[in-house]
Design a protein. Structure first.
Length: 270
């Protein structure tokens, strides 16, 4: 699926669809290459919160509506009115960062399926995902310096999780656009696939992850995120509890039994 159904009541707001265990979160302003207005940025955490209520969902794929663009960032046409003072700009950045944090805090794996522009805040959303798969058409950049802005410092941690400090500085200092191949070279994305294969490739990856134990996926995500952002690992108790929950689960017994019986396991997420 590459386009969200149109709804005049929620025009340009993020749109959520669910197919069994897979949720698709569409960034929904295709007429502007999915450059999102402030209302859409404000709506993103609410949409992600709604997704967390769907207990059957195991994977979230983040896509750009329309099938040609991931997200060109913020809608700059709004800046003259809603980002016209330092105070207003600070509030705008807080709204952007809240969207990044909400996506990163999603307890299930999130995969960004990227075509076309992935710029500024759009790159921030992609970096908040756990895995980034790009089509050959994808290109990446942070144009803050070209606009006379500073990229929100709270969002830089996700960038530095993906690339070296030197490569992060180059992106920020130059505002240049990187091709998919260059983005792969510096670690900004995980894979490149041909344009017409992106949806199928991402869907197959989602199927693979969905076939594994949900509690294991959640435990792995929380542990990796914690260890990356807290290298001293002062408090491992939540991660140790997750590991204990896995061993105490029905899924653990099912996984072991399925292995012995040489059959695919049927996990419940409990």
């Amino acid at each position: 699926m590459t386009a969200a159904p149109s709804d005049p009541q929620t025009e340009r707001n993020p749109h959520l669809t669910i197919r069994g265990a897979v949720a698709e979160l569409f960034l929904n302003a295709p007429e502007r290459k999915n450059a999102l207005p402030i209302a859409a940025w404000q709506r993103l955490p609410e949409t992600i919160q709604e997704l967390q209520k769907e207990s059957a969902v195991r994977i979230c794929i983040v896509r750009g509506a329309g099938g040609n663009s991931f997200c060109a960032g913020a809608d700059i046409s709004e800046f003259a009115t809603i980002r016209s003072t330092p105070e207003a700009a600070t509030r705008y950045d807080e709204i952007n960062v809240a969207a990044f944090k909400a996506l990163k805090a999603l307890p299930i794996p999130a995969v960004a399926a990227i075509k076309g522009p992935c710029l500024g805040g759009g790159l921030g959303l992609a970096l908040a995902c756990d895995i980034r798969i790009a089509a050959t058409s994808a290109f990446f950049g942070i144009p803050a310096a070209k606009l006379g802005l500073a990229y929100p410092p709270e969002a830089l941690g996700d960038l530095l999780e993906a690339v070296s400090a030197s490569n992060a500085k180059r992106l920020l200092f130059t505002g240049e656009r990187l091709s998919a191949s260059k983005a792969l070279q510096i670690g900004l994305i995980n894979e490149i696939v041909e344009e017409d294969q992106l949806d199928n490739h991402v869907n197959k990856l989602a199927e693979t992850m969905c076939s594994n134990a949900p509690l294991s996926l959640k435990a792995a995500k929380q542990a990796v995120n914690y260890l990356v952002h807290s290298p001293d690992a002062a408090d491992l108790s939540p991660m140790l509890q997750n590991a204990q929950n896995c061993v105490d689960s029905w899924d653990y017994r099912e996984g072991c039994q399925a292995f012995l019986e040489k059959r695919p396991p049927q996990f419940r997420g409990s």
